[in-house]
Design a binder for this molecule. Structure first.
Ligand code: UD1
Length: 430
């Protein structure tokens, strides 16, 4: 099993390029099967979740040609089934986007019900409510969601909770339903807008993506397109916090500054210098960070996927900070690992009370999930001494070349799989 080994204490300095947004790519790949024509998708991140999604698509007969490591041609003519295997759903929940895409195009889909995951129970009742409103019969049989419709028709759908997944799934199905659909209380995340833009580039008629009311007029068919995915807001934010936590100076390039506003605002509150350019942000941070309070919220609020990263920075900041997680119920699991590095944290329900310490110290820790795993890498980079992180496959699901990019910024980090490699690293950095 691979691990990261890190010698902390170096400020990160330099420039880093951000890849395409994983979460946008997952929706866009699913949506790409809604036309019989070939679609070219560019700026795909080369990360494990994307490879699993492409495999799930191949399993139902979609032809996938990886033109480069960051581009794929998708051709769905002659698809041989509408039933997705459990193996894929087990690995990535977001393969449930195939439900909305298949239902929209073929009026039938069978996708295993995703279970809970490491950050919470994650129900999908709103997705199903939306499909039913569009006229589909939806049942759960033998662990799978079976959705079928003679005709899909437009509907007025109010989402009880702001949900990225439900908004994208319903939007896809509604694109090929007869008549007009209105989704109220829709999610406004950048990747919802990106999936909507992609569908529009295939001929879908969608208005209002990026606001909380999305209006869709169904079309009979979608056509070929070439599309480039937006930069990854969360990958960019992770490097911004890596700069802050290590008191570094990093130019994070190829991002959309508008998507980073909630994150930049917090870094400024914490005493970092944040300079915004057309498609880059420079973070420089001298001296100890200030503590602050933060609550995760749907976009344009502070993202839940950036909660562990800010908490790591706050664990070394001046004073006491309060972090409130309002999206997922189980997103503080990594706090026990952080405490093993010397952080002073107390979790009560959905709130973490963090009293900043002067320094963290390296320890052997485990990544409990993707974003918390990345945050623990930041903790290791900032800590005194050596940190070894287990279960890094979680991190590799969503960060392309994470250790390589960090090394470019001066970090002492290696991916290792044997004790001999660990020894070699210790010798090198001692
Ligand atoms: C997406 C992101 C994930 C991010 C999350 C919130 C992808 C692939 N994943 O996940 O990285 O952390 O948005 O920004 O894009 N809910 C329900 N019923 C539903 C659906 C959701 O109650 O049918 C609740 C969830 O339990 C949660 C909240 O709504 O409390 C938001 O979840 P949602 O936005 O749907 O998250 P995902 O789309 O799963």
């Amino acid at each position: 099993m691979e691990q990261y080994i890190i010698k902390g204490g170096n400020p990160l300095v330099g420039e880093v390029d951000i890849n395409g947004a994983k979460n946008a790519a997952l929706g866009i790949l699913a949506a790409a099967i809604m036309t019989d024509s070939t679609v070219l998708i560019e700026n795909l991140p080369d990360v494990n979740d994307i490879n699993v999604m492409l495999e799930a698509m191949s399993q139902i007969g979609v032809k996938v040609e990886r033109v480069t490591s960051h581009a794929a041609l998708i051709s769905s003519k002659g698809i041989n089934g509408v039933s997705v295997d459990y193996e894929y759903i087990k690995k990535i929940r977001a393969s449930y986007y195939l439900l909305g895409a298949l239902l929209g195009k073929y009026k039938e889909a069978e996708v295993p019900l995703p279970g809970g995951c490491n950050i919470g129970s994650r129900p999908i009742d709103l997705h199903l409510k939306g499909f039913r409103a569009l006229g589909a019969e939806v049942s759960i049989r033998n662990g799978s969601i079976c959705a079928k419709a003679e005709h899909l028709h437009g509907a007025h759908i109010f989402l009880d909770t702001v949900s990225v997944g439900a908004t994208i799934n319903i939007m896809m199905a509604a694109c090929m339903a007869e008549g007009r659909t209105i989704i109220e209380n829709a999610a406004r995340e950048p990747h919802v807008v990106d999936v909507a833009n992609f569908l529009s580039s295939m001929g879908a008629n969608i208005r209002g993506a990026g606001t909380d009311v999305i209006r869709i007029r169904g079309v009979e068919r979608l056509h070929s397109t070439e599309y480039s995915i937006i930069p990854d807001q969360i990958e960019a934010g992770t490097y911004m916090f890596a700069a802050a936590a290590t008191h570094g100076d990093v130019l994070v390039k190829n991002l959309i500054p508008k998507h980073m506003e909630a994150i930049s605002a917090k870094l400024i509150e914490m005493g970092c210098q944040v300079d915004t350019f057309d498609n880059a942000i420079r973070i420089s941070c001298k001296g100890r960070l200030n503590g602050t309070n933060v609550k995760t919220l749907p976009y344009p609020g502070y993202p839940t996927d950036m909660q562990p990263q800010i908490s790591v920075a706050l664990s070394m900041a001046q004073g006491t900070s309060i972090v409130t997680e309002s999206i997922f119920e189980n997103r503080f699991k990594y706090m026990d690992e952080l405490a093993r590095m010397g952080a002073m944290v107390k979790v009560e329900g959905n709130t973490a009370i963090i009293t900043g310490v002067d320094a963290l110290t390296g320890a052997r820790i485990s990544a409990p999930d993707l974003r918390a795993g990345a945050a623990l890498v930041l903790a290791g980079l900032a800590a005194e001494g050596i940190t070894v992180i287990d279960d890094i496959s979680y991190i590799q699901r969503g960060y392309e070349n994470f250790d390589g990019k960090l090394r470019e910024l001066g970090a002492q980090i290696e991916r290792i799989s044997t004790e001999k490699e660990a020894q070699k690293f210790r010798l090198k950095v001692s």
